[in-house]
Unconditional design. Structure first.
Length: 540
């Protein structure tokens, strides 16, 4: 009853926002415009701060964050001898539960000293070190990464960088698998468990505790606090506002809606639905995402496969465009580096390898071997970028085979030759699907809403964990964060795509700085955990 009253109050609060702006905005700017006028300067400022670049030529410069991501991912891939390829079959088996007995019956003492609501002595029998299973942790984390970045983000990348951006997105996904393994192993190793069995984990914890073990506690506290602050911002941006924006845009386009308060009203409805779920915590989120993620991914992947099969005669040409465009970019972007940067930036936004966010979800897994979950986590960038993003890219490339638009659009949009209309993000992807499967935009709208919904509820957990790290684990801190999070659902629905992308990119990519610094110092701990786990499963 108490939880029901909490979300009822939140929904009434959000609905009051619409009334306030409608009254105060009469005969003036619409509510959507008022919100965007406030939000856009913030987005521009953050983008300028985070995407500080090193000039390479007159037309091209490389953001420092991209350099850090690429070099870090390559380093981990080589250091762990291509674990992204060699341990791929093992990851599948761990998710399938083949090695569950290793966790259930291992006599090796765990680092955790509390359990999930049980008497301590029952730990050997019930293995309650954590809150969710390997599959649930993967589903929750994948739901936070497999989202509109795969649908709208890919469209933005191709609109600006042409087909060649797809190649660099795939490369980023492949090497990002190694980074994801490192950060999620550390997330489990250094997690904290409350007296009630609730798990708290993520980069803020492994930065603080890991650096303390290296006698650098001051550095760890600073990096951990910085990550937590940025993660809260990222949960409002890429994990929330971007999802809300594109889901709202798809609903407006499909239903032919318009008006000053349309975005806000849709945003309020989304916020109420999200609020109902996030009140329940990680267990409720895991239960929802383990059902939604396979279903929505199945819808999207099957539709993409239908289009790929329908255009099978053009597949060779499309792949040729991807490879040639990767090294001979179109639209005067200033050389190969221009397309590489776009590809890596969009892939980083999509799979978040190096950002550390997924380690928060993976830290809640029931396991005594941190590396077991790191192995599972390396599947994320593969599913997210190598499979789903590539499928989206092929659908859009097929759509443009006959010259529907010219690559190299501004602000993530292109101009259709047939109508002169500027389209970008989810609208471009929707048009590409509709061109082969008439009226599929209706089904795609449902899939997009599910993608957005699951991503928002997963990121609400990431942001809340960071918020609690900063402000404590009390109920006041909890409800304050959730109110702010739901407000950004509304803000994202009302703001423009350009402003939302700038803010979302900046917030998520900002996480890379404290997280990657930590990973480069703490990776030897991961090597020890990997050897420990491999030794344990050899006995099975």
């Amino acid at each position: 009853m108490q939880k029901r009253n909490q979300w009822r109050k939140l929904s009434l609060f959000l609905l009051s926002i619409v009334g306030f702006f409608e009254v105060n905005g009469a005969n003036k700017k619409g509510i959507d415009e008022k919100i965007n006028d406030w939000f856009e300067p913030i987005a521009n400022t953050w983008e300028g701060l985070v995407l500080t670049s090193i000039p390479i030529s007159e037309n091209v410069s490389i953001p420092l964050v991209v350099i850090l991501l690429v070099c870090g991912a390559l380093f981990f891939t080589i250091t762990f001898t291509f674990i992204n390829v060699r341990r791929f079959p093992l990851a599948i088996n761990v998710v399938r539960g083949k090695y569950d007995d290793v966790d259930h019956h291992s006599a090796e003492k765990t680092d955790l000293n509390v359990v999930d609501g049980d008497v301590v002595n029952t730990i050997v029998d019930e293995n309650k070190d954590g809150e969710v299973s390997h599959f649930q942790a993967l589903a929750t984390a994948v739901s936070g990464t497999v989202g509109l970045g795969n649908i709208a983000g890919v469209a933005v990348a191709i609109a600006i960088g042409g087909p060649g951006a797809t190649f660099w997105m795939i490369v980023c996904g492949l090497i990002g698998m190694s980074t994801k393994f490192v950060e999620c192993t550390l997330g489990v190793k250094y997690r904290d468990v409350g007296s009630d069995g609730t798990v708290y984990g993520g980069p803020m914890y492994y930065l603080k505790q890991g650096f303390a073990e290296l006698n650098m506690s001051g550095v760890g506290k600073v990096l951990g606090g910085l990550f937590a602050i940025l993660c809260v911002g990222a949960s409002f941006g890429g994990g929330n506002a971007f999802q809300s924006n594109q889901a709202t845009q798809q609903i407006i386009t499909l239903m032919g809606l318009e008006g000053g308060a349309t975005g806000v009203i849709i945003g309020v409805i989304l916020a109420v639905l999200v609020g109902i779920v996030i009140i329940g915590g990680i267990k409720r989120i895991a239960q929802i995402t383990e059902r939604i993620v396979p279903f929505m991914a199945g819808i999207y992947v099957v539709a993409a496969l239908i289009i790929i099969v329908a255009n099978i005669s053009k597949l060779g040409e499309a792949i040729g465009l991807i490879f040639s465009g990767a090294f001979s970019p179109e639209a005067g972007l200033g050389g190969v580096l221009g397309v590489l940067i776009i590809g890596f930036q969009r892939a980083a936004f999509s799979n978040e390898a190096g950002a550390g966010s997924a380690a928060i979800a993976h830290s809640a897994v029931r396991t005594k071997y941190p590396a077991s979950e790191g192995i599972v986590a390396l599947l994320e960038p593969f599913i997210d970028t190598v499979v789903i993003c590539t499928m989206t890219a092929l659908v859009i490339i097929f759509f443009n085979m006959d010259g529907a638009f010219v690559y190299g659009g501004e602000n993530g949009a292109v101009v259709l030759k047939s109508t002169g209309q500027a389209v970008g993000g989810v609208d471009l992807t929707s048009l590409a699907f509709d061109a082969v499967i008439p009226h599929f935009s209706v089904v795609l709208t449902i899939a997009i809403i599910l993608f957005a919904f699951s991503t928002m509820i997963s990121w609400s957990y990431y942001g809340l964990q960071s918020w609690k790290y900063l402000f404590g684990r009390g109920k006041v801190a909890d409800i304050t964060y959730k109110i702010l999070f739901l407000l950004f659902v509304v803000i994202g629905a009302a703001a423009t795509l350009d402003a939302v992308i700038k803010f979302s990119d900046a917030m998520i990519l900002a996480l890379v700085f404290p997280n990657m610094i930590g990973l480069l110092f703490l990776f030897p701990k991961v090597k020890l955990e990997l050897n420990r786990y491999l030794k344990a499963i050899k006995k099975v």
